[in-house]
Design a protein around this ligand. Structure first.
Ligand code: NI
Ligand code: MN
Length: 231
């Protein structure tokens, strides 16, 4: 059994066997999160890209838990300089950790840090999606991305049990493209993410789930703080 807890935006906490993981832990600054970073107990932090609404409280959580951050190379180097343990992957690469396998997939987005005081934008490599294999289950977290045709390839090569797909529009796919994404991925079940965090990405999660139902895919709308399991 795998337990997922959605913390709003793109943050998903995962409990599997005795392992605890979190993806994109944006909690402080996330107006819909129901937990604080100091409440998070994990061994691994998985990051999709370097934007602040995804890296979030990574450094604090990593240090408090002696957790390892799994990310792209450049983002990992940057976090390593802050005293965080990292495991760096490149897109298309995978590694089997004690909890299961992580493979980074492509995403069409950015991955940068902005320093307003010096007016610098520091690029942190490619943004990524995450394919996570836990036991016999395959989970796909798309990160921030627009729709892309190779989601068909990801769906063809992987039997996706659960997909977390952004639907907020503006910065990522909107709901219409995210329906195409769910179809391309041939996901059994889809949880919409990256919406309703801020007014700019307000969307109707239930309407999205209803569109998924029309094409025979189960949509699961999770409220921030809500947990659910797949077995
Ligand atoms: Ni982003
Ligand atoms: Mn984002």
């Amino acid at each position: 059994m795998i337990q997922f807890t959605y913390h709003g935006h793109s943050c998903v906490e995962i409990a599997y066997d005795n392992h605890r993981l979190i993806i994109d832990p944006f909690l402080n600054g996330n107006p819909v999160a129901t937990v604080k970073p100091e409440q998070i107990k994990v061994e691994y932090i998985l990051l999709t890209h370097g934007h602040g609404d995804h890296v979030g409280d990574t450094v604090q959580i990593a240090k408090a838990n002696d957790a390892t951050v799994i990310s792209t190379n450049e983002l990992g180097v940057y976090l390593g300089w802050q005293g965080v343990k990292t495991h760096r992957l490149s897109l298309g690469g995978s590694f089997t950790f004690p909890f299961g396998r992580v493979k980074l997939t492509q995403a069409f987005h950015g991955s940068s840090l902005e320093f307003d005081d010096t007016r610098q934008i520091v690029y942190l490599g490619m943004p990524a999606g995450i394919l996570l294999t836990l036991g016999d289950k395959t989970i796909y977290h798309a990160g921030d991305t627009g729709l892309f045709g190779d989601m068909k390839l990801i769906g063809e090569l992987n039997d996706i049990d659960l997909a977390f797909l952004p639907i907020g529009d503006n910065y990522t796919m909107g709901p219409e493209d995210a329906v195409h994404a769910a179809r391309f991925l041939n996901a059994k079940e889809v949880v919409p993410i990256h919406y309703n965090t801020f007014p700019l990405i307000a969307q109707d999660g239930d309407a999205y789930a209803a569109k998924l139902a029309e094409i025979g895919i189960k949509g699961r709308v999770a409220a921030p703080g809500e947990s659910f399991t797949i077995a």
